[in-house]
Design a protein. Structure first.
Length: 319
């Protein structure tokens, strides 16, 4: 089985590549024909960002990522084999690690400067799934690089990752496809749906830092980070940074790093400088700053007040 996995992975990557390309083209054609395409330029930024994200893997991926995984597999704690239930376990462990690394991408500012590139898109469409940072190799491989030490064959992990990424592509489908398939609320109990993932990409205050899962929603439910999309709060995409235009490649790739460098350079003392690197986005050394939880609390307060006003207006129409 171990000798078959590399061949299977190669075939799957080729097939998935064609599937991804076909789906991206199909969505683009449908959006253009239906006149619902907001910006072709942002789509090109997505594609070029993918090239920049992939470039380091071309030179370092095989030696650094794959080499480390193979070395860890040699010193694995267990030998799990290739039974069907091991595949299921591998996928579950991979998906949990994705949740964890994704969570760190929002809670550690250094990693946010990498992952935040993905969130700068202001329109949801399939190409957003591949919108990455030129330094992505410092963040994304953390999902898979240590799993072989548990006894999972590295090629098994790569196959699980390929399947998960294809599912992740589906999660980024354009909002207008809801008109065809709906929000699939019943699937949210177990899976991340396009509707659930739209919440993750939204900068509406009540949606900030929610729904980190890639395939399963169970991790978000367990750790209290799940939020369903609300009918009365339409997602607005992007990040809370008015310096970044989602259609400007240089701003998308570099502005978060510029802001971090400015904060680190101006911070007094080594401790504060390090805190700017490891604390969540929004933290500052002056008063602690304002982070996602505070924005969410404000958002829910505003929403409750709006509901209260509507209820009063309904009960007292003459008021």
């Amino acid at each position: 089985m171990g000798t078959i996995l590399p061949q299977l992975l190669g075939k799957m990557q080729s097939v998935f590549g064609y599937i991804v390309l076909g789906l991206v083209i199909l969505e683009w054609v449908i959006l253009v024909i239906s006149k619902k395409m907001e910006s072709n330029r942002e789509g090109w930024v997505n594609v070029i960002s993918y090239v920049l994200d992939s470039f380091p893997y071309f030179f370092l991926g095989k030696f650094v990522v794959f080499g480390t995984m193979m070395w860890m597999y040699e010193y694995r704690f267990f030998t799990l084999g290739y039974a069907w239930y091991v595949w299921i376990l591998a996928y579950l462990v991979y998906d949990f690690m994705f949740w964890l690394v994704h969570y760190l991408g929002h809670k550690v500012r250094f990693f946010w400067c990498i992952h935040g590139v993905h969130h700068t898109a202001e329109e949801m469409k399939l190409t957003v799934a591949v919108r990455g940072s030129f330094l992505g190799i410092l963040h994304i491989p953390l999902t898979v690089i240590a799993l072989p030490v548990l006894g999972f064959d590295p090629f098994m992990i790569f196959i699980c990752e390929a399947i998960a990424r294809l599912y992740g592509l589906y999660e980024h489908v354009n909002d207008h496809f809801d008109e065809i398939v709906g929000k699939q609320r019943w699937l949210e109990c177990l899976f991340i749906t396009p509707s659930v993932h739209r919440v993750h990409h939204a900068k509406n205050h009540i949606y900030l830092d929610r729904n980190y899962g890639e395939t399963f929603s169970i991790w978000d439910r367990i750790f209290g980070t799940f939020q369903t999309e609300m009918d009365q709060v339409k997602p607005v995409y992007g990040i809370l940074n008015d310096k970044i235009n989602g259609k400007n490649l240089l701003q998308v790739q570099l502005q978060l790093w510029r802001d971090l460098w400015t904060d680190v350079r101006q911070a007094p003392g080594l401790k504060n400088k390090l805190k700017y690197i490891v604390m969540p986005p929004g933290w500052n050394h002056i008063d602690g700053g304002k982070m996602a939880a505070a924005y969410r609390a404000e958002g829910w307060k505003v929403l409750r007040e709006e509901k209260k006003k509507k209820l009063v207006a309904h009960l007292n129409p003459s008021a």
